[in-house]
Design a protein around this ligand. Structure first.
Ligand code: BLA
Length: 509
């Protein structure tokens, strides 16, 4: 895939997300000293949301404005919370004579505690524990019946859209370069259609992706907000800005707020799909108008994203195991062929199907003791010889596979339709003895959500920049590329190589 300039780590990836000193104003942030629960920093919207003057909070112990039983709660929850798991609890403040309920989250740091407070009125009936539990059970039962990642994803986005009322819900899967593809979508018909589109890695840059491994979701309820500042600017306990990485309320990077304008949405919420401790994808929810799901509903979504992750992991593992079993059968056939032939090379090419099927190739060549055996469609012999010189000079004696041979070895462009992909199993690399497998060129059309080479629009001053403003489908034709080599196929190749080396030893002695 040819993105001329990759902004993922070098540009977008270097925006500091955690040292912004600002929060989204739908909640309050207090920084407490671990030692005496004194407030050392507070967001400027304390009066508005908590109904308390800033000077009644800043510098004061919690006990000055929270009744003793609630302080007990805070202490218990702080003890139950760890760096990984934050357990929400409820605190009540009196605002203009009215008791107002807040959902609180405590984040433990070395010398301070961050206390995030979000107003959360008593749950509506559809957000009661029982109602949400029923929904989670029901959706889980649907997911269990799904047999592929695709159906798990489609059911997930449809059911999440119904459950939450978001205007559009997407399943977004990362590719090996961290671009992402929309593999399932449920939307209101007046929302743009993003199904099948690919977005460049810099759209969700590395530091933003990393946060999903410790945070259950990223919620932006209203893009057009005025951020609330933390006062004072410097956290006196550490003499630095407070690290807001894992705060739900953390203010959003400007470039991403513009991105939401271009997506024509006010609200966005994304949740991670994590497989084997690695970010596999995101569930992305959009709303035309501002939308702030209740804490209960968000928690249900958090649980579902874990369940969906487990279901996708299981389907992917099944698929890989099936492929492994198929390859094991073919390997067994090939082994029989090897041992019923006078030499291993005759054995490999005697019946062409097993070798070609095992490596999913269309042609193979065996170079051994000065001779060449071939099977299927292969480049002309002189070209194979030249390729081998190149391999001897440039590659180690380990198994090597590429799906873009023409970009690595320019001369192969002459026979790219036969060999845009190459796998090399060295027998004795020093002597130029190899088993080679060839894959043909597969011309791929990729539909990008907007031109990925214009992911950033720089202003004339060279400092200010904007995200691209159109996500209209942009077609890229990828040439000189074969199908990718799957890990299972590489494993099968490695097993074949061992079997061949063993047979060679038996032939010699
Ligand atoms: C954040 N970008 C994000 C997030 C998503 C996307 C999901 C997480 C926050 C959220 O949920 O809204 C991207 N959302 C998408 C994509 C789809 C979608 C691709 O629904 C597909 C349909 N973004 C840019 C450029 C930069 C950039 C050029 O386009 C950098 C210069 C950065 N994106 C960027 C940053 C964040 C982000 C910094 C983190 C914002 C934050 O958490 O404060």
């Amino acid at each position: 895939i040819a993105i001329e300039k990759n902004y993922d780590s070098e540009f977008c990836g270097s925006i500091p997300l955690h040292l912004v000193n600002l929060i989204q104003p739908h909640g309050v942030l207090l920084t407490l000293s671990t030692q005496d629960l004194r407030v050392v920093q507070a967001s400027e919207n304390v009066p508005h949301l908590l109904g308390l003057a800033l000077e009644d909070v800043l510098g004061q112990p919690l006990a000055n404005f929270l009744p003793a039983p609630q302080i007990e709660d805070v202490l218990v929850k702080i003890q139950e919370s760890s760096h990984q798991e934050k357990i929400p609890f409820t605190l009540t403040f009196t605002r203009q004579g009215e008791p107002i309920q807040f959902t609180a989250l405590a984040h433990l740091k070395d010398t301070y505690i961050l206390l995030e407070l979000e107003e959360n009125p008593a749950a509506a009936a559809q957000d009661s524990f029982m109602a949400l539990y029923q929904q989670i059970k029901y959706i889980t039962s649907l997911l269990k019946q799904a047999t592929t990642t695709q159906t798990v994803s489609q059911i997930s986005v449809e059911e999440l859209k119904k459950l939450t009322g978001f205007d559009r819900v997407l399943m977004y899967q990362f590719d090996p370069q961290w671009n992402g593809i929309v593999i399932a979508q449920a939307r209101e018909l007046d929302m743009d259609d993003y199904m099948g589109l690919r977005f460049p890695a810099s759209d969700v840059p590395k530091q933003a992706r990393d946060l999903y491994l410790s945070n259950p979701y990223r919620l932006i309820p209203a893009r057009d907000y005025t951020p609330a500042r933390l006062i004072p600017v410097i956290n006196p306990l550490i003499s630095r800005f407070t690290d807001l990485s894992d705060c739900n309320l953390r203010s959003v990077a400007g470039v991403h707020l513009e991105y939401l304008v271009n997506l024509k949405v006010q609200a966005s919420m994304s949740l991670p799909i994590i497989i084997d401790d690695k970010l596999w994808g995101l569930i992305s929810c959009h709303h035309k108008l501002p939308k702030n799901p209740s804490y209960e509903l968000r928690s249900a979504m958090e649980l579902l994203s874990g369940i969906i992750s487990a279901q996708i992991a299981a389907r992917e593992k099944e698929k890989n195991m099936e492929l492994r079993a198929q390859l094991r059968d073919i390997h067994a056939q090939l082994l029989e062929q090897l041992y019923t032939s006078p030499t291993f090379a005759d054995g490999l090419v005697k019946e062409k199907d097993p070798l070609l099927k095992l490596l999913n190739i269309t042609g193979a060549a065996v170079l051994y003791e000065g001779s060449v055996w071939t099977s299927g469609l292969v480049p002309p012999h002189p070209s194979i010889k030249e390729l081998v010189y190149w391999l001897k000079r440039n590659k180690s004696d380990k198994t090597y596979a590429t799906d873009t041979l023409p970009s690595q070895y320019v001369r192969s462009q002459e026979f790219k339709d036969l060999a845009s992909g190459l796998i090399v199993l060295p027998i004795n690399a020093e002597e130029g003895e190899y088993i080679l497998g060839f894959r043909p060129e597969v011309i791929q059309t990729i539909s990008w959500g907007g031109n990925p080479n214009q992911a950033i629009q720089m202003e004339a001053d060279g400092k200010r920049y904007h995200p691209r403003n159109s996500f209209a489908s942009y077609q890229e034709t990828v040439k000189h590329t074969s199908l990718p080599w799957l890990p299972e196929e590489l494993e099968a190749a490695e097993n074949l190589r061992s079997a061949v080396l063993e047979k060679i030893i038996k032939e010699r002695y």
